[in-house]
Design a protein around this ligand. Structure first.
Ligand code: NAD
Length: 289
């Protein structure tokens, strides 16, 4: 028993020493972030958390009044800049990134979050809805990375790109063939960009959220009604429905996704790239219903 106790004490001492030697998580002071779709939902929560942790934030969104209001609310030009940016328009993306670089002197943290959903099966998904979802999510993420690449290389500071993908990038959800396959393309791009940009120390990771109902514009804009009908629940009970079918029985909130962005970008996971992190109360691990 004495030997076992001695071993335990020594073992844990060793572990504590190792912990002390690990690099401390860095704050985001001095980092310059672009969050696309930053005027609402997950993007808005991310903008707020990154700013709270010291980053300057370029709030890019197709909703010009919305992104400018968010930037003003955060304290204006010293903290954030609202930039009208439709991620399907390469010139607008280039101009938005250039404006951000002028405002804050660089860019080294990009969150590709802008997105929409158009529910539909094979039969009832229009070609327009198919194209629009592909244009905004995988193509939009590609355009933002493409427009930022020169600056990321020239700065030589490394950096982070985070794609906000979806549980649906891995699992087939009912009645959303275009959204799910667009998300799969956006998710695979995480690995492709990670492989391309690793040589300059830019880490590329993705987050797969599921069922973020509260605060999300896409759930308010028709998607919620479609999901509620698919699952046979009242729309106002959708958050609870998603929670009860998960492992942790907790509702996923925009703030949870923002916290994952923070952990992936502030040094907490220093040598991780090409990873897709489920932030979904465990639904990707086990479907409880
Ligand atoms: P949201 O509607 O609240 O926010 C999306 C934002 O993107 C809006 O501010 C909108 O104006 C902006 N946007 C739309 N089209 C744009 C364009 N062409 N260019 C620039 N900005 C544009 O939605 P949300 O729920 O916060 O979703 C954010 C991201 O998270 C999306 O990519 C979505 O697919 C993804 N996601 C959401 C959930 C969820 O459950 N809510 C789950 C998985 C993934």
């Amino acid at each position: 028993v004495a030997e076992a106790e001695k071993f335990n004490v020594e073992y844990w001492q060793l572990e504590e020493d190792k912990l002390k030697r690990r690099p401390k998580p860095k704050a985001l002071a001095g980092r310059i972030a672009l969050v696309t779709g930053g005027a609402s939902g997950i993007g808005l929560a991310t903008v707020r958390l990154l700013a709270e942790h010291g980053a300057n934030v370029i709030v890019g969104d197709i909703n010009q009044a919305g992104c400018q209001a968010v930037a003003a609310d955060l304290g204006g030009a010293d903290v954030a800049s609202g930039v009208a940016m439709d991620v399907t328009d390469f010139d607008a993306v280039k101009a938005g990134i250039a404006a951000g670089i002028v405002a804050f002197g660089g860019i080294d943290l990009i969150v590709n979050n802008a997105g929409i959903t158009r529910a539909g099966s094979l039969a009832d998904t229009s070609l327009e809805d198919w194209d629009l979802q592909y244009q905004i999510m995988p193509r939009g993420s590609f355009l933002v990375a493409k427009a930022a690449e020169n600056a990321l290389r020239a700065q030589g500071l490394g950096g982070d790109i985070i794609n906000i993908c979806s549980k649906n990038s891995v699992f087939a959800g009912p009645n959303n063939i275009a959204y799910s396959s667009a998300k799969a393309a956006q998710a695979h791009m995480v690995r492709l960009l990670a492989a391309e940009l690793g040589d300059i120390g830019v880490r590329v990771n993705g987050i797969n959220p599921d069922g973020v109902v509260r605060g999300s514009g896409i759930f308010a804009g028709g998607w919620g009604a479609s999901r509620a009908a698919t699952y046979g629940v009242a729309e106002e009970d959708l958050g609870k429905y998603y929670a009860q079918r998960t492992v942790l029985k907790e509702e996923v909130l925009p703030e949870h996704i923002a916290m994952a962005v923070l952990a992936l970008t502030n040094g907490t996971l220093p040598i991780t790239t090409g990873l897709l992190v489920p932030v979904d109360s465990g639904v990707a691990a086990a479907f409880m219903r």
